[in-house]
Design a protein around this ligand. Structure first.
Ligand code: GTP
Ligand code: MG
Length: 340
């Protein structure tokens, strides 16, 4: 098959060709001119996979846990696509290498596909690039898609809204109570995994989580974003899933202890979403988020393209030298574009 054309790549990918899959993802990540036609061709083929988000503070054992979960799925003859996201580092080399080690049990298994992603190179932002790659893996026929993100704030909310089931990983001895509240993870968690259960302080972490859960889920929380506290609305679809109480599962990712229970919890949640109509709600939520993201980028791109370079430079200078405030500057720029 001709892997240089949209139809060739699409056909090969749908037939299970892993080389075609890797190429398609590269086109998306590098935003080549094949990227959009490929996304358009593959979108109708997606929508079957169960998407699982795994998030939590750095070093809580997310990658090790993902490895353990994936092995259990493989034992059940379900194929698994894994996306590891590193939003902090512009070079994913380190994370990639580390994850290769932690996920080495999966290496060489054709039923597993692992991909690391960083902010670098993704034009529409990491959340959009991730949503695109999830869709590609979905179209490629993976039964379960696991997305690992480091839990740090708004980007997690965006990426988590692409998952049907979000697992929040905590570990004892990280000042967990505070961290969970700060990052607003309580609101996005469908399941809690308290990992490193072989360490001291597990019960305290479990207790802290139970206490927070009993306080209930608010409809908004705050995150730090570029040094400002911003309110984040909890999407209606998430709040309405109130009949589901997030289970708390103790795990030791390094030995695989508790991993089966965790997979059971994920599968229970999957069934719950299907039976309660929650899956449909989340699909709509995701479509809304995605449309908004794409619209924002599209309008930004189009507007910037219409503003003469020197005009933009002059405005930047004026704002920097306090001649005009940035809000008025934007209004002027947009008004000018509207006149064209
Ligand atoms: N004692 C103990 N150590 C663990 C457990 N799970 C993971 N670790 C260790 O914790 C360290 C971090 O594990 P990772 O799986 O890389 O954690 P992570 O959350 O993916 O880390 P980042 O992606 O960098 O945020 C590694 O040295 C693991 O071997 C566990 O259950 N018990
Ligand atoms: Mg990791």
């Amino acid at each position: 098959m001709d892997l240089s054309t949209v139809s060739g790549l699409t056909e090969a990918l749908l037939a299970g060709d892993r080389r075609a899959l890797a190429r398609v993802i590269s086109h998306i990540e590098n935003n080549t001119e094949l990227a959009r036609p490929l996304l358009a061709a593959l979108y109708p083929k997606s929508g079957r996979a169960h998407i699982i988000g795994v998030t939590g503070s750095p070093g809580t054992g997310k990658s090790t846990l993902v490895n353990a979960i994936a092995q259990i799925y493989r034992g059940r003859e379900l194929s698994v696509g894994i996306i590891a996201i590193d939003p902090t580092s512009p070079f994913s080399g380190g994370a990639l290498l580390g994850d290769r080690v932690r996920m080495r049990d999966l290496a060489g298994d054709p039923g597993v596909f692992i991909r690391s992603m960083a902010t670098r190179g993704s034009l529409g932002g990491l959340a959009q690039a991730t949503a695109d790659v999830i869709m590609i893996l979905d179209a490629a026929g993976f039964d379960r898609i696991i997305v690992e993100t480091v839990g740090v704030g708004q980007s997690e909310v965006e990426i988590a809204s692409a998952a049907y089931t979000t697992v929040v990983v905590e570990a004892p001895g990280l000042g967990d109570e505070v961290q969970a509240i700060k990052a607003g993870v309580l609101e996005i968690a469908d399941i809690f995994a308290v990992n490193k259960a072989d360490r001291e302080g597990v019960e305290r972490t479990v207790m802290a989580l139970k206490m927070m859960l009993s306080l209930g889920v608010p409809d908004r929380f705050q995150v730090m974003h570029h040094g400002r506290m911003l309110p984040v609305e909890i999407p209606q679809a998430r709040r309405d899933a109130s009949a589901w109480t997030p289970p708390i599962i103790k795990t030791v990712a390094t030995s695989g202890q508790g991993a089966t229970e965790l997979v059971e919890a994920i599968e229970n949640h999957r069934l719950y979403l299907e039976q309660s109509g929650g899956r449909l709600l989340r699909d709509r939520l995701r479509a809304a988020t995605e449309l908004r993201m794409i619209l924002r980028d599209y309008l930004l791109e189009r507007t910037l393209a219409q503003i003469p370079q020197e005009k933009l430079q002059r405005t930047i200078e004026d704002v920097a030298s306090r001649k005009i405030d940035p809000y008025s500057a934007v209004r002027h720029l947009v008004n000018e574009v509207a006149k064209v």
